[in-house]
Design a protein around this ligand. Structure first.
Ligand code: UD1
Ligand code: CA
Length: 452
């Protein structure tokens, strides 16, 4: 069946109490609207149209893609008015599916079940607390109207079956029905839901299809609901990981805000956050409270607690942290050890090299089996430009040294503790740069002045 998808996303979302348009609030690391667009794509429609309004270009820019068209609803006059703005963009596809930009968890399978060629099909849900929603009014089991909470009488308010807002409509009839809508209701809006009686007059069947899982129909109207849906998504992700064989110390205390791909026997301790795309190969373990973003970790590597790793590739059998900071553009080969309070940026570190404590390595190429001592730093920035440091295989960089870039420490060279290296160190050489120690016997330390 040929299909248009229209995503209504023009509303402000007043109850979010935020300057940001509601549909751009983030759920599991991406905007609510991006979730809905992803699901729409899974249906392979002829056309996806996003109706935007509040927030203007920010909404459009956040989700712009070649396969998406945008219709501006400059003034938010209701859901019916919103759909009307999308009409000029639609193809003559048989069915037009209406989705909400603030109902992010709806599944493609549920939507497939809703698609019908010549009917109106409305996705409904049974709620214990239907307050605030449009109620599905049935007569002899058949849907005859949808009444908004603000327009409902006492008896209608008791109806527990609600309109999720998601509906499939016959495209050919839409233009006529939408032009007939009148804003004669408590909110003075053009209600899309008022097409129900119009369809019935035209002898088009209207059916209410109850969703099997209520959670996927839930909308975000407040920060409370956003937080609830976030927990829902995280719980699902955690369950999927557990089913794949990943060990999670506590499935309620891991957050995946993107895609986490795990090999066999991966284990993840509490409080970890994964952003963007993170790949953990076999036998990788991630300690408590680590943050990993766009990282590829090879097998057997251990990331110890409180480490922060962003846009980096980490080889096999490395040991990182605790308290390590690995910044963008870092490439660690296999068997590398990066210890506590070591920061690495835009650097390649060769097989078996170590920086175990308190070091900064930036814009550097470090060879194999290099030892970088405690407190060693590369001075990569001269106040205007960044320069590279090269440390070749088997070099030994003593503690508390400064390598003032651009500079090269050649193969097997040794830099003595406390040195400030401003010129290249040749292979096999020892470079020291410190004043000779002087010793003064019987030294009297200054004493405190007594207050008079
Ligand atoms: C709507 C439905 C209600 C349903 C509820 C489900 C109508 C009249 N009411 O009510 O039956 O139970 O959703 O959550 O359809 N939007 C626009 N332009 C507008 C108005 C809304 O794009 O002028 C978009 C919003 O961005 C949002 C969606 O439509 O994505 C729903 O808007 P909202 O104001 O939340 O609808 P409700 O009044 O809650
Ligand atoms: Ca409203």
């Amino acid at each position: 069946m040929s299909l248009n998808v229209v995503i209504l996303a023009a509303g402000q979302g007043k109850r979010m109490n935020s300057r940001q348009p509601k549909v751009l609030h983030s759920l599991a690391g991406k905007p609510l609207l991006a979730h809905v667009i992803g699901t729409a794509r899974a249906l392979s429609p002829a056309k996806i149209v996003v109706v935007f309004g509040y927030g203007g270009e920010t909404v459009r820019n956040a989700v712009a893609a070649p396969d998406i068209e945008f219709a501006l609803q400059a003034e938010q006059k209701g859901t019916g008015h919103a759909l009307q703005q999308a009409l000029p963009h639609l193809t003559p596809a048989e069915t037009t599916l209406v989705l909400y930009g603030d109902v992010p968890l709806i599944r493609a399978d549920t939507l497939r079940g809703l698609l019908a060629a010549k009917e109106v099909r409305i996705l409904t849900a049974m709620l214990d607390d239907p307050k605030g929603y449009g109620r599905i009014v049935r007569k002899n089991k058949k849907v005859c109207a949808i009444v908004e909470d603000k327009d409902a009488n006492a008896a209608q308010k008791k109806i527990r079956e609600i309109n999720t807002g998601i509906m499939a409509l016959p495209t050919a009839r839409l233009a006529r029905w939408l032009t007939k809508l009148k804003p004669q209701n408590a909110q003075r809006e053009y209600y899309l839901t008022d097409i129900v009686p119009l369809a019935l007059v035209d002898h088009v069947a209207v059916s209410g299809v109850p969703a099997t899982d209520v959670w996927e129909t839930l909308g975000v109207n407040s920060k409370v609901q956003l937080a609830q849906l976030e927990r829902q998504v995280q719980q699902q992700t955690a369950n999927q990981l557990l089913e794949q064989g990943v060990t999670l110390a506590d499935p309620a205390r891991v957050d995946v805000r993107g895609e986490l791909v795990c090999g066999r026997d991966v284990s993840i301790d509490i409080g970890c956050i994964f952003e963007g795309k993170v790949v953990l190969a076999d036998d990788v373990s991630v300690g408590a409270h680590c943050v990993l973003k766009n990282v590829d970790v090879q097998s057997g590597t251990r990331i110890e607690p409180y480490s922060h790793v962003v846009e980096a590739t980490i080889g096999a059998n490395c040991r990182i942290g605790p308290y390590a900071r690995i910044r963008p553009g870092t490439k660690l080969a296999d068997d590398v050890h990066i210890g506590n309070f070591v920061e690495i940026k835009a650097s390649d570190i060769g097989v078996g090299s170590k920086a175990s404590h308190l070091a900064y390595i930036g814009d550097s190429s470090v060879g194999r089996n290099v030892n970088v001592g405690a407190g060693a730093i590369t001075c990569n920035y001269d106040g205007a430009n960044k320069h590279r440091t090269v440390i070749e295989d088997d070099a030994f960089i003593g503690s508390d040294t400064q390598l003032v870039a651009p500079v090269t420490v050649h193969r097997g060279a040794t830099v003595g503790a406390g040195a400030t290296i401003t010129r290249d160190v040749a292979a096999g050489e020892l470079a020291i740069s410190r004043a000779k120690q002087i010793s003064i016997p019987g030294w009297k330390r200054p004493t405190k002045n007594m207050k008079k």
